[in-house]
Ligand binder design. Structure first.
Ligand SMILES: O=C(O)CCC(=O)C(=O)O
Length: 280
């Protein structure tokens, strides 16, 4: 790794499994989200954090000052598929330990990578509007899940994500991308259905929350002076197929994250490797 002084092969392997908390699978299936504390150790995160942060910031294309951005732009720097650009990130994103948790929570034998994203909420960054991830994803099934892992301790003043518990069972709610409009519409929906809003609160670096593709979620603004450095990995069950995109956002996703895959075909392009298969 030029300049970093750290050989990628010396980074922790992140392969050894961790035991899930006993209620995690039930909670994920019931609520559409769960937390796994200590999924990566303090030392593991400490080894990866400077490398992931450097890769993310080097690849960020955001140049506008905060006041010139819309609500989505203020929410975070979003740097996608870093694993194809950086060997340290590749090792982190490919982690069998993380993928195994994703498969166990989804209740499937194997998961593939959809893509990774660094989501860095800057000091003074705005709230993350409520939205549904799977609105963007051209899959024929809802067996999709995101791991959201802070690389720094996230105290209550910064805040982790807020989830509308049980909303994943309601499927697609609104045809609206992440924005002020999605926030308003989905909050109204949450109220109208009497859904409970839950957060896993303060997280330590290496803890992770997992949420389902249809779970309604958002996050608070970052009123502190600290960068909220979070790495996310999105997985889907092996065997899912692509569908005909029904709007431009899904057409974009199909082209970028499932390159070469035609509607109806197995979602399994070269950049969607199987990251965990039970028994392998
Ligand atoms: O990091 C955030 O503020 C939001 C993350 C999110 O929406 C996601 O990972 O799906």
């Amino acid at each position: 790794m030029p300049g970093s002084g750290v050989a990628v092969d010396d980074l922790p392997a992140l392969d050894a499994p961790v035991a899930l908390p006993t209620d995690a699978v039930a909670q994920f299936q019931r609520d559409g989200h769960a937390v796994v504390r200590g999924l990566a150790t303090h030392d593991e995160v400490a080894a990866y954090r400077p490398l992931i942060e450097a890769a993310a910031l080097a690849n960020s294309r955001e140049t506008r000052p905060m006041e010139e951005r819309d609500t989505y732009g203020k929410a975070f720097l979003q740097i996608t598929n870093l694993w194809v650009k950086d060997e340290a990130v590749r090792r982190f994103t490919m982690a069998r330990r993380f993928a195994r948790v994703a498969a166990e929570l989804l209740g499937v034998p194997a998961v593939r990578l959809y893509h990774d994203q660094a989501l860095f909420k800057e000091a003074g960054g705005g709230h993350t509007p409520f939205h549904q991830d799977q609105f963007y994803w051209p899959f024929d099934d809802d067996k999709t899940i995101t791991m959201w892992m802070p690389l720094i301790d996230v105290p209550a003043e910064i805040g982790s994500m807020t989830f509308a518990s049980g909303s994943h069972k309601l499927g697609h709610v609104a045809d609206v991308p992440i924005s002020d409009e999605s926030d308003a519409q989905l909050r109204e929906f949450i109220d109208s259905k009497g859904l409970r809003l839950d957060t896993h609160g303060a997280l330590a670096a290496g803890d992770a929350t997992f949420h389902a593709g249809w779970t309604l979620h958002g996050a608070p603004p970052n009123a502190t002076g600290t960068l909220r450095a979070v790495m996310t990995v999105i997985y889907f069950a092996d065997g899912l197929r692509a569908v005909e995109p029904d709007h431009p956002f899904r057409a974009f996703d199909l082209k970028i994250w499932l390159p070469g895959v035609q509607p109806g075909e197995l979602a399994a392009s070269d950049i969607n490797p199987v990251l965990y298969r039970a028994g392998d």
